[in-house]
Structures are given as C-alpha cells and as structure tokens.
Ligand binder design. Structure first.
Ligand code: GLN
Length: 489
C-alpha cells in the first residue's frame, strides 16, 4: 500500500483490517517530515505523543472496539488551534512558550474520531497575512517551487498537505486563509458556513469572521474531516444548532442542471493570464458536465477589501488586548526599565508582536476610537450587510458562484511583504464569503506556465455544504493538473 498517496478511507480501511498498523502509518509520516520539512519549514512543533496516540488506536483494534471514521489518520494542525499540553504559538513570539491546558473543540472532535495529531503547523502571526511571511518562526516554502510563497495564513497546512507530510490538515480562514494557500499549493481547502465549526479554543483573530476547516488532498477527505469537526458546541455562542449531514457519504459528481454563477467582476478585473485561462477552462468543464452557466454580478465586491480590513483589524485590536505579559505568554525582561504598568504592557507588547500584528492593532484601535467608530467601524458593518444582501440576490439566480481564488498564482518570497496594500489586495475574491458567512471551497484545477497550481473558488449559500462539496467533487474529476506533483515529493 502506498500510504503517502492514500485517502482517509483507504488508510482507515487498511488499519481496521490490520493490513497496516496505526503506528506504522504515523511513523511513515513522521519520517517524511524528518526527511522533507527542512526544505519547507511547515511544522513549528511536533507532537511527542503521536506514536502513543497511534498505539492507542492499535490497542483499541486489538480489543475489538468500534473506532471512529478517522481512526489512525495523521493530522497536522494549524498553530491557531489550542492543543492540550502541546505548544500553541499562533506564529507569534508573544505565545512562543504557551502550552494550553485544554484542547480546542476542533482538536477534541478530531481526537474523538480517532485522528492522530502529528504536530502544529506554521502560519502567519495570528493568521494575519497572505504569504506566511509574517510568522515569528520564519516563512514556509511552496512545495512546488521553494522560491515561491505557499500563501497564507495557513501556509504551513497547505505546504505540509501538498508535500504529503501528513494525511490531512486543519487551517483557519478569516478572509481566505484556507482557500488562498490551498490554491497556491494545489490542495483542497474548505471554509465552512460561519457557525458550523466551534471557535472554542481557536486563538481569536476576528471573531465574526473566523472559521476552521479542512485542507486535504481531495474533496472526499475534506467532506469526511468537515463532518467530524462540525457541530453545536455550548462553549461557542455562535455555533449553529443545525444537524450535521453525512456529506462524505452523499458526495455526487452529478452537476446536471446545477446553476453555476460566474462572477463577472472577476473576469473584467485584469486577472493574471494563467488564472484567467484556468477559470475559463473550469467554466467549460462545468458546461460539459451539464451545468447551466449564468453570469452574475456582485457590484459591491470591490468594497470587500476595505470593509474586511476595517472589521478584521477592529476585532483583532480587541482580541489581541489580552496579550499583556501578565497572565500568560511572553513577558519582556524589564524590571529596571518599566516605570509604570502602562510601560510594562507596552514594552512586552512592543517586543512580543511582529510588525503586521502591530499595524492591525493600530488600525483597529483607531477605527474603534470615539469620534471615528461611527465613521469607520459602523459604516463597514453596514456595507458588510449590503454585500450579504447582494449574495442573497445572486443566489436567486444560481446555486454556486464560481470565481478565481486569487488574481495570481503564488508569488515570489519577498515580493509583496514590504507593500501591505499589494498583499491585502490579494484577498479580493476570498474576503466576501467571510463577510457574508458563506461556505466556500478551493479546488486545485490548473497549473501556470511556470508549473504553479491554480485553484478555483466555489461559494454556496449558508449551510449548503453538500451542494458545494458535490460541485467541488465534480470539478476535481475534471482537473487539468493531471499527474504533475510538487518537486519535494
Ligand atoms: N490575508 C487575510 C488577512 O491577512 C486573511 C487572513 C485569514 O483568513 N486568516 O487578514
């Protein structure tokens, strides 16, 4: 059995029928990490208990216990999600030595379904970034070409998944951080409907936008992992009470008659030519499979960047206020220099946060300050509602909206990091799904001339994950990436 390229179902079948042990599977991926991650820097921390977790699965099999659907499947977890007794840094110096005393609900659910946690994956600091270059632990390299970024902020998850250092990963998406790196690295990434996945124990960036979701090698794996991590959680007041369907069991690639709305604004906006071609090819593929193609317009999409960055920074400035050097996390050595409590806070925060986090804290604090909050924050919230209304109108005409994930394939390391505006503009097509709370997926579909993956984004109405996954499943089958693989594999 070729463990590296097996799906969740294949691995768990093999483990349950004792063709391979969970320990062997875990060791296989740990060996790959050892061998290849020096080239990628995708892991921040490895889980010393991974083999033990796998051993427990093998013991349960021996004892004849009924096992969860992810029994023995090794996962990497973005370092935004708290893991009990396993360091969780959010990619920041300020949490460099933070060891959570509890598991986030997502991790708890993964463990309950039998998954083995291999370790914690690199990311932009506090998930702020689109290239994984703001991490305190250094940038991650794109497994297709080490001179290029893997995307961000879940760059470690995307790179580890693309290089098959893990069987599956979890990322978080506040404005595109699952879908954009998935597109840049050629993996599947799902941002669920807001409220599907509990945010309890996920380090908060912008609470009204944050959602965790799977990043995997194929749609079926993504559907199964999503099923396992969704569900109501009394620990998160925004988590939905809706029942969780068995998406993976009901996957169907039949898109006959499905109405695919094509986002006109994206096609008119000067996309990179490889991205444009990939979008056109995906439309052709849907047509061939019998879907109905309908042009749709979201004229307010151009405001999604300013609205997103105002709201995200405002919420971040409030969420990051807790890192003060008093209760947990990094505390600067300052006994001699601090002359007041304020001084104490600012020296610790000055040393503990990187420059992108500081920029967001300053923008957010400004937007929320008295005198400006009506003008910026409240106004952004109003436009957010208008964007949501436009989506509602669009979904009267179509079932799924198709667009690029980003205007370009992966860019070179260092190319945009000193130009925040250029970096923010990268999020033009991803942020609106978060603003409207909609489920959205990136499907690897094409390759650029210089052999970098390009994903297609599909977005559905709230709680229509089945429709979304089915459309993604169909598109995946028509993918023109073929047998091409990242160079590290
Ligand atoms: N690039 C966006 C930002 O920097 C999105 C980040 C995310 O989704 N976590 O805010």
């Amino acid at each position: 059995m070729n463990i590296t390229f097996s799906s969740f179902r294949e691995i768990s079948e093999a483990i349950k029928t004792k063709k391979v042990s969970a320990v062997e599977v875990t060791k296989h991926f740990l060996d790959r990490i050892q061998l290849l991650d020096t080239k990628l820097n995708s892991f921040i921390t490895l889980n010393e208990n991974a083999i033990q977790q796998a051993q427990n699965i093998d013991d349960q099999i021996k004892a004849g216990d009924v096992l969860g659907p992810l029994a023995g499947i090794p996962f990497g977890i973005k370092d935004m999600l708290c893991t009990k007794n396993l360091r969780t840094t959010a990619g920041s110096k300020i949490l460099e030595n933070f060891i959570p005393p509890y598991d986030s609900t997502v991790v708890k659910k993964l463990k309950n379904s039998g998954a083995v946690i291999l370790g914690k994956l690199n990311q932009d600091e506090f998930a702020m970034g689109s290239s994984n270059e703001t991490s305190f632990f250094g940038p991650v390299k794109n497994p297709w070409n080490p001179e290029y970024v893997p995307g961000g902020s879940s760059g470690g998850s995307a790179a580890a998944q693309a290089a098959r250092l893990v069987a599956g990963t979890i990322g978080t998406d506040t404005g595109g951080s699952i879908r954009q790196p998935a597109s840049f690295c050629g993996v599947v990434g799902v941002k669920p409907t807001y409220g599907r996945v509990s945010r309890y124990g996920i380090i908060a960036y912008a609470s009204s936008l944050d959602q965790a979701g799977p990043m995997t090698s194929n749609v079926e794996d993504a559907a199964l992992a999503l099923e396992m991590i969704c569900g109501h959680d009394p620990m998160d007041g925004t988590s939905s009470q809706k029942v969780i369907p068995r998406w993976s069991a009901d996957l169907k690639a039949d898109v006959k008659g499905l109405r695919i709305g094509i986002l006109e604004e994206a096609l008119k906006s000067g996309l990179d030519s490889d991205v444009e071609k990939t979008v056109q090819n995906s439309i052709e593929a849907f047509k061939k499979m019998g879907a109905e193609i309908i042009p749709i317009s979201l004229s307010l999409i151009e405001y999604s960047i300013p609205v997103y960055y105002l709201i995200a920074a405002s919420e971040a400035s409030s969420n990051l206020a807790r890192y003060d050097g008093v209760r947990f996390g990094f505390r600067a050595e300052m006994q001699e220099t601090a002359t007041s409590l304020d001084d104490f806070y600012s020296i610790t925060r000055g040393q503990g946060f990187g420059s992108e986090s500081k920029r967001r804290i300053m923008i957010g604090t400004f937007c929320l300050s008295s005198g400006y909050h009506e003008e910026y924050y409240v106004k952004a919230c109003k436009v957010r509602r208008l964007i949501k209304n436009q989506y509602d109108e669009a979904y009267k005409k179509c079932d799924i909206i198709l667009s690029p994930v980003a205007a370009t394939p992966a860019f070179k390391l260092g190319d945009r990091i000193s130009n925040p505006l250029a970096m923010y503009l990268n999020d033009l097509y991803t942020t609106s799904a978060n603003l409207a709370g909609l489920p959205s997926i990136s499907i690897p579909f094409g390759l650029s001339k210089n052999r970098l993956p390009i994903g297609i984004q599909l977005t559905a109405q709230a709680f229509e994950e089945q429709k979304l996954l089915n459309a993604g499943f169909a598109l995946e089958k028509a993918s023109i990436i073929g047998k091409e693989k990242p160079y590290v594999i």
